[in-house]
Design a protein around this ligand. Structure first.
Ligand code: A2P
Length: 334
């Protein structure tokens, strides 16, 4: 991994502006732009418009997953943009993910093929192993299987190593340029590193000022695995997880830095993570906020502001996505 234009001097060794959007160069080719459009919980009707706005204002990275059920809408807009020549396929970085009900070696190629058909592309730039806790669906559309009491029907036999090998085959087959992990912990990443033929190029995990994941990021840095932060604004729509703390976007320290720099709290939180060397995928369905979130490359946080934001870390307590469904599974990463 090498940053083609890195906003943090301490993090990388080279500064060039390869594209309009500063990006992280991944091991197997392609550059992952530091900022992408997050799409978790974005429904089809909003998805089309959000992606059009994002592409218009310069985003060249979109993050989705089979689980989000919006790949069709994304594919429709991508097709529009590719067919009109406004972008080429090489200019857009597309990530999607294997659903938990596909956590078996024999299921991987089928699920990725379905994603490609929905996205209307022949390959994705990054295919992620979405979650180490597998589930048993009654069919390929049963993405959140639950029993009569509402408990997730997990698959206790999820074998991370064999699923990873099947994911590696997707690179061989030309369906994925890069492959990576999501929601994996340090021990699980090390297990994959022991058996892999193709190393994970990226780890996508929850990271924001309340939950900075220092150990996990250090491990990734040591092994040349780039990190992409989901929930970078502290996922205000998951308010229940925040406990007694103020919503991150309203934290007085964040607001005060934003006011002093004439920026918004969201821009400060995103810039903070980018300066720590991570890609970020803020989710928004609001055109003004989509535009605002992209304007994070024309200012810099001082060392003092960085350390003041670093002090907001609450460690494990800062985690907002509790993922209760995974708690009883032997591969629960949390
Ligand atoms: P909306 O879609 O209405 O803009 P995260 O990326 O951390 O998961 O946070 C996403 C949430 O934050 C969404 O609810 C989104 O709402 C909201 N959001 C996204 N961008 C901004 C922004 N610039 N300012 C305030 N809220 C934002």
């Amino acid at each position: 991994m090498r940053e083609t234009q890195c906003p943090s001097e301490s993090w990388c060794d080279s500064f060039t502006m390869a594209d309009q959007v500063p990006s992280i160069e991944l091991g197997n080719g392609g550059n992952m732009p530091y900022i992408g459009l997050g799409t978790f919980k974005t429904k089809d009707c909003e998805m089309r418009e959000s992606l059009r706005v994002a592409l218009e204002c310069g985003y060249r990275h979109v993050d989705t997953a089979t689980f989000y059920q919006n790949e069709d809408a994304i594919g429709e807009v991508l097709q529009e943009w590719l067919a009109s020549g406004k972008v080429t396929r090489e200019e857009v970085f597309i990530t999607t993910k294997l659903p938990r009900i596909g956590n078996r070696a024999g299921d991987v190629a089928r699920f990725l093929q379905k994603s490609l058909e929905k996205l209307r592309v022949s390959y994705v730039d990054l295919y992620l192993f979405h979650h180490p806790v597998g589930a048993i669906g009654k069919d390929d559309d049963d993405l959140s299987p639950v029993d009569s009491e509402g408990n997730s029907i997990n698959d206790p036999d999820t074998d991370l190593e064999s699923v990873w090998k099947a994911i590696e085959e997707q690179v061989d087959a030309g369906r994925a340029r890069n492959i990576g992990l999501s929601n994996f912990n340090i021990v699980q990443i090390e297990r994959i590193l022991k058996v892999c033929r193709i190393r994970p190029a990226n780890l996508q995990v929850e990271v924001h000022a309340y939950h900075q994941q220092r150990d996990l990021r250090a491990l990734c840095h040591k092994h040349g695995i780039s990190v992409c932060a989901f929930g970078p604004l502290g996922a205000p729509y998951m308010a229940d997880g925040a406990g007694e703390r103020p919503v991150l976007l309203e934290h007085p320290k964040v607001v005060s830095i934003a006011n002093r720099l004439a920026r918004t709290p969201a821009q400060v939180l995103l810039r903070f993570l980018i300066q720590l060397g991570m890609a970020v995928i803020p989710k928004s369905s609001n055109p003004d906020r989509i535009r605002q979130n992209f304007q994070v490359f024309d200012f810099e946080l001082s060392t003092e502001d960085m350390s003041s934001l670093e002090d907001l870390d609450c460690g494990k307590e800062g985690k907002i996505f509790t993922m209760e469904f995974s708690k009883s599974h032997p591969e629960c990463p949390f």
